[in-house]
Write a protein that binds this ligand. Structure first.
Ligand code: DQA
Length: 209
């Protein structure tokens, strides 16, 4: 298990990245992080935005050489070891990502890890979908968006995320998953007898027309 000091030393970043990573490792819950229902086999959804299907060959100086399959397989394997269901989804279209978040709410997904990619800097709609789903999430970027062009410095997601990992390459996803697993574990320890009774999102209703 990683402690916040270890996470910070892995980051090797100066502020603001360091500060954001430190934020992620504190006990301060993000706006959507409060959840009291318990799932013995928590579900974590990892969402990848546009162009991330090209990882491995896309601008390796920024994004490294790991492919999306490499990343997804490592996350699924870590989830399995921890008794969690880790599902991954990549899409190049905003609407498909939004629909997947709606689905996650219906499926009672416990935690989301998202790299919104280019939509980080543009998508109010994707941000709204996460708010509607009310599932706690961590925002991940392979590159350090604060060390790049100024248009990448603004994220529509960071202020409502539990935390942000940026600039640690594919390793950032693993750190985010470790945090999510630890967060979900601490919930189940705090509420050992509570049944999963408060599903996210709208309940199924009859259509009147
Ligand atoms: C990215 C950073 C974004 O600015 C960019 O548009 C991406 C990837 C990253 O992982 O570093 O597509 O989210």
């Amino acid at each position: 298990m990683l402690h916040s000091s270890e996470l910070q030393s892995i980051s090797g970043q100066s502020t603001p990245i360091y500060g954001k990573l430190a934020d992620m490792t504190t006990t301060k819950p993000g706006p959507a992080a409060i959840k009291t229902s318990v799932n013995p086999h928590p579900k974590v959804l990892v969402l990848h935005g546009p162009n991330l299907n090209l990882l491995g060959s896309r601008e390796p100086a920024h994004y490294g050489l790991a492919t999306l399959d490499d990343i997804n397989l490592a996350l699924a394997s870590r989830g399995k070891t921890a008794g969690a269901h880790v599902e991954t989804f990549q899409h190049n279209h905003e609407g498909a990502l939004i629909e997947r978040i709606h689905q996650a709410a219906r499926d009672h997904v416990d935690f989301i890890i998202i790299n919104p990619a280019g939509y980080t800097h543009t998508s109010v709609a994707l941000r709204d979908a996460l708010a509607a789903a009310a599932i706690p999430f961590i925002e991940v970027h392979l590159s350090n968006i604060y060390a790049r062009e100024t248009f990448r410095h603004h994220s529509y997601f960071s202020d409502s995320a539990v935390g942000v990992v940026s600039g640690l390459g594919a390793h950032g996803y693993e750190l985010a998953l470790e945090y999510a697993l630890r967060h979900l574990q601490s919930i189940s320890e705090s509420y050992p007898n509570r049944l999963k009774a408060a599903p996210h999102g709208p309940q199924k209703t009859e259509k009147t027309h």
